[in-house]
Design a protein around this ligand. Structure first.
Ligand SMILES: Cc1cc2nc3c(=O)[nH]c(=O)nc-3n(C[C@H](O)[C@H](O)[C@H](O)COP(=O)(O)O)c2cc1C
Length: 208
């Protein structure tokens, strides 16, 4: 609905004193790729930047995100274009920027449990040195994240969310399966700390 896109974006722009950005997929389905048309309309309506995920709506998360759609949008508009879709490491980000000419990248799923991915991406883009956190650092990052989330959302809600995502933080650490199972059923920050402390001890015992 291009005319509705124009009306929606221009209404938001005229009622906001902040930059308005628009995020979109490539189109509804492979027969209806309209990201270039919609991006131009958004630019005309006053959007300050556009983020494009290179999949269609009907693809959901199947297949691969196609950088070609991001490239087409970048060619068509003058405002900054943010590329998005299937970035899992620094090299993916570098490749997307090279292939599409996009001005920035946006990372979604790969950051769940891997907040240090941002540093990895920056180091690849800047050519600087990078060291992936070791097992104990990853466990500390997990606990710090839980503390912040509980501070933000309350311990009950925070721990409930952490039950679902904790395993992502430690999935690359060997012998983590029983720790992951316990974290998926924990009820408090204290319990989480106990589970993680005993996992750290186990890592050092195995390492001996
Ligand atoms: C848990 C979750 C929540 C999301 N919430 C939003 C959202 O609120 N708005 C949005 O535009 N995209 C949202 N997305 C889509 C992502 O921003 C992104 O476009 C998509 O996951 C593809 O990028 P990725 O391959 O890096 O994950 C969400 C994705 C996930 C996994």
């Amino acid at each position: 609905h291009p005319e509705e896109a124009y009306a929606a974006v221009s209404a938001i722009v005229s009622h906001s004193d902040r930059p308005v950005t628009v995020k979109m997929r490539a189109g509804w389905d492979l027969q209806h790729i309209n990201c270039v048309q919609i991006a131009k309309i958004c630019e005309e309506a006053g959007a300050s930047a556009i983020a494009v995920h290179g999949r269609t709506k009907t693809q959901l998360y199947t297949g691969h995100s196609n950088n070609e759609y991001i490239r087409m949008v970048k060619q068509a508009v003058s405002i900054p274009v943010i590329g998005n879709g299937d970035i899992h490491c620094g090299e993916d980000a570098r490749k997307m920027m090279e292939e599409t000419g996009c001005d920035a990248v946006m990372v979604g799923r790969a950051l769940i449990g891997k907040p240090y991915l941002i540093q990895e991406i920056c180091s690849v883009l800047e050519g600087s040195e990078y060291h992936e956190p070791d097992a104990v650092e990853k466990i500390r990052l997990l606990y710090d994240y839980a503390l912040k989330l509980c501070e933000y959302d309350g311990e009950k809600n925070g721990i409930c969310q952490m039950r679902g995502i904790s395993s992502y933080f430690i999935s690359s650490i060997p012998y983590a399966s029983s720790c992951k199972a316990k974290l998926s059923q924990m009820n408090s920050l204290d319990e989480m700390k106990e589970i993680l402390d005993s996992f750290v001890k186990k890592i050092f015992t195995i390492g001996d």
